[in-house]
Design a protein around this ligand. Structure first.
Ligand code: PRX
Length: 654
């Protein structure tokens, strides 16, 4: 058999047509593509009707001030009312909204009626502190119900939340609180991580020390550990919130009222505060949750394993699912606490039907072994999702076979903090699936793969991924930095008016899209975005480091891993700098500066870094070293002997 024939056969065997039984009950049909194509604005208008609007919009899209979009212009709504109250008013108060599972094994089931009471009390509490619509509130919490309640209470009052991932360091919190000028921080005494109670409030104190704008810190008791306390500023949640009235009348806000800021890494050291607003964001979060996850309210038990510190937690734990009256599992802990079957135990216990996670975790499950999920009854699962990085076909096939019982569709969903909601994904039931491909833009969304000049590439070719038409949940800017917003996303293909996503992609012969990873200096480690410059800045802040260059090297489990090359300061001997202790200290230093997720896998001490004549570090060559490859073309280096020096150092074990 010729190679080509074999390749074709493989290609064919890799296609999974939709299952008839699934199609018969699917929320989405292939007709949606045509419907959206025929009249995009009418299509989105119909999606907006999923929500309750206090005042209807008078214009669907205003793109006259591009790249600043306005969607559902003139419309007014309250996000918390849409996510909670209206379900209670419609008679679903007794439906469980959240099956919460704590890491140590404690559980809470919260109905929509209870959630409404909690959100109203928290809203009354935040009002009592004098907060006004538009004020910013920072939230750094583990995955406990109060985190979700806090976000919804902010939304209810028109306060802009900025959730900071619980694993971020005090200095990462500080830069975010300062940038957004947050008046209140909500946190917990501590958080459980792998069976241990770790401090949280103490870290928050360190992060906000000396920031006068922070008027209050509200602390939820979670672990019961002792906490430092600032009288007059700090308030216990149970003192402040529990005694409040459970009555609160929601106010409708403008469709373009800011809903939240979420910081994400860019190509410079300073994280970008991505701004999302109200009506368009909630519309697309709800629509995508409905069609991509095929979600049926009152029937499905949905579980998204993300943390609320990331956009996936915002759109697919809080806003999308709650707007759609989901019953969902929220789990506080790590997947191997207290054992490696924890997720499957939870799926079995709650009869989870829809499960959404990241490829890095799927690859970890593969490493732990298929016998672990095999011990549990996973037959309730009917749809699986993937997000955060390209999913390799091996992981896709394993996921379907060992978690999905060889029958569930898998939706590989491509999107970003900036896009707010899913953009490219199979519509389950409507399309045949290809392991490793996100297939095509959702109805209502438009994406293209283009070359350097912005011309669409032909089928079978690769290039840059762009979004060529505005979409409702698109970011409305970078908080306080209009110039950076224009430059980062809109400058590269300015003449075409395309949004540049920062990802490489290719079309296959059928025109389906395969995502290939970032094309800029942003790494993707376990689905987390980390900028190379951010890690470099942390490294050079250490007294022993003169210069640093960081690259993302491919890693079988985490997708990419951080590999750092450092030049020691004068006076620090090369031997000493490359010693085990010195390397350990540097790794810990980065973890402390940014957070444990940014800890380099490997630090290599070098005498020089490869630079072009204009002084730009050639990361491509360092990536060759980090991935043990033959070193590529060095002719553009200012000094081509540098790579020999680095290679020699590596060989001698330095
Ligand atoms: O490179 C893409 C990758 O994650 C980036 C966005 O990261 P973040 O804003 O943190 O949001 C992650 C969760 C939505 C993208 O630029 N990415 C996300 N999903 C996929 C993906 N890469 C390939 N396939 C995906 N399904």
């Amino acid at each position: 058999m010729g190679d080509e024939v074999l390749a074709n056969l493989m290609q064919q065997s890799q296609v999974f047509p939709p299952d008839e039984a699934f199609v018969a009950q699917a929320n989405a049909t292939a007709d949606l593509y045509g419907e959206a194509e025929a009249d995009r604005e009418a299509f989105w208008e119909k999606q907006a009707e999923r929500l309750h609007w206090e005042t209807r919009w008078n214009q669907v899209l205003d793109w006259s001030n591009a790249p600043f979009a306005k969607w559902f212009v003139g419309g007014r709504l309250n996000v918390a009312y849409n996510c909670v109250d209206r379900h209670v008013e419609n008679g679903y108060g007794d439906q469980v909204a959240i099956h919460w599972v704590g890491e140590p094994g404690d559980t809470r089931d919260i109905t929509y009626a209870q959630l409404k009471d909690e959100v109203c009390k928290a809203a009354n509490a935040l009002s009592s502190l004098g907060l006004k619509p538009g004020d910013r509130v920072a939230i750094q919490m583990p995955m406990i119900p109060e985190a979700i309640v806090s976000m919804l209470a902010c939304a209810r009052l028109g306060l802009v939340h900025s959730v900071v991932f619980g694993g971020f360091s005090p200095s990462a919190l500080r830069s975010r609180v300062e940038d957004a000028d947050a008046k209140v921080v909500i946190t917990t005494d501590g958080q459980y991580r792998r069976g241990k109670a770790l401090p949280m409030k103490a870290n928050v104190d360190e992060g906000i020390e000396g920031i006068d704008a922070v008027q209050n810190v509200i602390v939820v008791r979670r672990t019961g550990m002792d906490v430092p306390w600032t009288e007059g500023r700090d308030l216990w949640w149970h003192d402040l919130v529990d005694s409040q009235s459970a009555e609160h009348t929601p106010e409708a806000f403008d469709s373009e009222h800011p809903l939240f800021i979420l910081y994400t890494s860019g190509t410079t050291g300073k994280p970008k505060g991505i701004l999302h607003t109200t009506g368009g964001y909630l519309t697309q979060a709800a629509y995508t949750h409905h069609v991509v996850f095929d979600h049926k309210p009152g029937k499905d038990v949905y579980w998204c394993t993300a943390d609320i510190g990331w956009i996936t937690g915002h759109s697919y734990i809080v806003y999308g699912p709650l707007a759609n009256r989901a019953t969902q599992v929220v789990y506080e802990g790590t997947p191997n606490t207290p054992h490696e079957g924890r997720h499957w135990e939870i799926v079995q216990e709650y009869k989870v039907t829809i499960y959404y996670t990241a490829p890095t975790l799927i690859r970890t499950f593969m490493k732990w072994g298929e016998e672990i999920p095999a011990r549990y009854d996973l037959s309730s699962l009917r749809l699986l999702g993937s997000v955060g990085e390209p999913i390799n076909p091996e992981a896709w096939l394993w996921y379907r076979k060992h978690i999905g019982g060889d029958k569930t569709p898998i939706v590989d969903t491509w999107w970003q903090t900036e896009t707010g909601a899913i953009m490219i994904s199979p519509l389950p039931g409507a399309l045949s699936l290809k392991p490793g491909s996100a297939l095509r833009a959702l109805p209502g969304v438009s994406a293209k793969v283009v070359d350097e000049k912005g011309n669409e590439v032909s089928h079978g070719s690769g290039g840059y991924l762009v979004l060529d038409k505005p979409w409702p949940s698109m970011l409305r800017g970078i908080w306080g930095d209009e110039k950076r917003y224009r430059e980062t996303y809109w400058a590269r293909f300015a003449d075409k008016g395309f949004y540049f996503a920062g990802d490489g992609a290719k079309y296959d012969d059928d025109g389906d899209i395969w995502l290939l990873g970032r094309v800029d200096d942003v790494m993707n480690v376990s689905g987390h975005r980390i900028s190379t410059t951010e890690v470099e800045s942390a490294l050079v802040a250490h007294p022993t480091v003169a210069e640093a260059a960081v690259v993302g090297a491919s890693d079988p489990t985490t997708g990419q891993a951080i590999v750092a090359f450092v030049i020691p300061r004068a006076g620090v001997a090369q031997d000493e700098a490359s010693g085990e202790d010195a390397i350990k200290t540097l790794r810990e230093h980065v973890a402390k500066e940014i957070g444990p997720i940014a800890k380099p896998r490997q630090i290599i001490v070098v005498p020089e870094l490869p630079k072009t004549r204009s002084g730009k570090i050639m990361r491509r060559l360092l990536r060759d070293v980090a991935e043990n490859r033959e070193i590529g073309d060095v002719t553009t280096l200012a000094d081509s002997s540098v790579m020999d020096l680095i290679a020699k150092g590596l060989r001698s074990g330095k």
